[in-house]
Design a protein around this ligand. Sequence first.
Ligand SMILES: Cc1cc2nc3c(=O)[nH]c(=O)nc-3n(C[C@H](O)[C@H](O)[C@H](O)COP(=O)(O)O)c2cc1C
Length: 247
Amino acid sequence: MIRSMKNRRTVRSYTEKPISESLLSELLETACRASNTGNMQLYSVIVTRDEEQKKKLAPTHFNQPQVMSAPVILTFCADIHRYDKWCQINGTESGTDNFLFYTNAAIDTTILTQSFCTAAEDEGLGICYLGTTLYNAKEIAEILNCPKGVIPICTISLGYPAETSDKQLRLPLNAIVHDERYQDFSNVRIKEVYKETDEDPTNKKFVRANKRRNLAEVFTQIRYAKKDSEFFSDKFLRLLKEDGFIK
Ligand SMILES: Cc1cc2nc3c(=O)[nH]c(=O)nc-3n(C[C@H](O)[C@H](O)[C@H](O)COP(=O)(O)O)c2cc1C
């Protein structure tokens, strides 16, 4: 497992080999063994294999090619709805209409997703997360017939890899881990821990292609621009309001 996790990389191109129902069920059952808040399992997973459904989902994921080329798309949703119904038929109020419950459900959903990915990759499958889910959660919820209280959080494309992409760099562990207390970074230290990333030839090519001075500018001005983040933030917050998680 450690070898598999250390060598993994995101896969964005898949062969046509189908994924059997039995393997998919086995992986989902395994993932559901992950820790979750109070064992309430505040999540649901929607499996998309149907071409027509994929065609509807594709624009919500900005037409990333994986949506059409992967044999399976999985949408992992935070789900308060099922728990609410259980509470209701047992004559008690669920108390889920608050931000804490949304956060619990979103955390559980993310842990479930990543547990699924780890198991799938260990079985030789490839996955790619589609972060576009949070941008268009409302539209995705409509396509997938999600009732109020069921919010798409993570989507992955899944299939047998048709390519081996390059292994992406990670920051050195000492940029991430702190002994006992957080050791704040001096400017010199920041430069040190980002040195490999900043000097990576692929990243440098990316900077030149985007006519920017450095990688941080590519991130802040192109990939994750403030105005886009604010726009999609507002959109997502509106959905949380509609579903009663924030006032
Ligand atoms: C929440 C999340 C959203 C992501 N969204 C996308 C996406 O929309 N498209 C894509 O091609 N990759 C996406 N990725 C994959 C990341 O780009 C990838 O994990 C990162 O660049 C590191 O590469 P690696 O997984 O190959 O090590 C996403 C990953 C995560 C965890």
